[in-house]
Design a binder for this molecule. Sequence first.
Ligand code: HXC
Length: 519
Amino acid sequence: MPKEDPKIVELQKMREISYLGGGEDRIAKQKEKGKLTARERIGALLDKGSFQELNGMMLNRHTDFGLDKGKISGDGMIAGFGKINGRKVCVYAQDFTVMGGSFGEVAGQKVARLMDLAMDAGVPVIAINDGGGARIQEGVFSLFAFGEVFYRNVLASGVIPQICIIMGPCAGGAVYSPALTDFVVMTQGISNMFITGPEVIKAVTHEVVDAETLGGATTHSSISGVAHLVGQTEAETFAIVKKILEYIPDNNASTPTPIATNDSPFRADKALDSLVPSNPNQTYNILDAINRVVDKDSFFEIHARYATNAVVGFARLNGESIGIAANQPASMAGVLDINASDKIARFVRFCDAFNIPLVTFVDTPGFMPGSVTEHNGIIRHGAKIIFAFSEASVPKISVVTRKAYGGAYIVMGSKHLHADLAFAWPTAEIAVMGAEGAVNILYGRDLKQKPPEEAQKMRGELVEEYKTKFSNPYRAAAAGYVDEVILPSETRQRLISALEVLRNKQSLAPAKKHGNIPL
Ligand code: HXC
């Protein structure tokens, strides 16, 4: 057998050492915490054997605080590209076994280069975070490193999809790169995100809080809204990321790939015709409507635990990817509050940026009233939905299923914000407000002057009159604000045909640098 070239042997040896990261002891510690190593994670996410590492030999150049000793090839950041179900992606992962995955100058340079590559190639970028934030020993160089990545996150926003997986600590400045990406996916039990940890909080404000309550997956997916999705395990988290990719294109110049479906475009689900209860005070679940309309099992909810009074997610209609934004009458009657406004606006903007048509299901009594919401800026937040829908140039189709009152009617993808097509079910109530509220305002003084029994009778009659006149879709249809009142069971065919006709929609917006969304 010919003797192997020592230069080949040397490179192989270097690679072997590099693959061990912080060494076997630290890998064992990582396993004790129930976590895969950074390399194993990349292996689990990407198609087998597809990972192409880049800059694996970069070394830390610093000397303070012992950094001159025990340098590790790659410096705790593994970066490269590969494929997910055949789709090209760039990916990087923090290696917790190397100085706690802390982010220094080299990590910053590697990620910045990779993001430049992803932008040039027009492919999504996926980050796997598991680290202690800015590498403290490197001082301002680690801050520079984060800054360069933040800048590129912003530059890449709306050009290539960015997905961030949190699989360990994500503290300090490290949280802002995920926050700038399109989707944050956390793994239950092993991930935390916070700008300052429990110890600092205790020292500064005397508040005692544990890391999980402060910034665990449950907190961020249901209270803060920072995380869009949660996997119960690392494997489930990777499956979620792969699923997101199925619905979205590689970049803003391409469109999502359709997936062949056996679900007939003409399928008419009769159950939809009786889904909305005749009693306006009774509720129903908008997910029932969505799931019965879209391709079987195609609805993929995003932000499911956050602002449950709104529903957003991807789905398919006749195999084509769409984005759905809906009110959820089964949660807080589908009222639009601050969090629901942010959730809807952000999702609409993602879909618009990446050429994903939008379908809106409307059933909302309006914006949340009260001093708390006013003081927290419902005006500013609600305006984001108007901005997002108006700005969106992708095909936009709305379906009013029941209540579409007042400003909430306008903002939820109405014709007035240039929805291409607006449909309404016969159960739709398109009016300035609900009948009871309208009667109180219009006849409140008269009613107060009547004896209680007479007032009650008169109120009942007035409410009925208002309902007959306004609590239906026909006034809006007569005015052309609704393009067609449709049978609920027809919704699927109608939407599919509408999307077909709108496939090559051209929409020209006035030239400008950018708008000023009310943040
Ligand atoms: C350098 C770090 C580090 C960091 C952890 N390590 N964080 N080294 N810089 N930021 C090292 C530890 O010293 C330790 O080294 C090894 O990583 C593992 O850390 P442990 O603490 O032993 O692990 P664990 O108990 O699991 O705790 C992990 C942790 C904790 C929760 C991440 O290490 C921690 O709280 N780190 C600091 C987090 C933080 O405050 N970061 C903010 C930095 S400032 P040895 O050799 O002992 O094993 C920042 C501002 C940037 O990010 C602003 C930009 C805009």
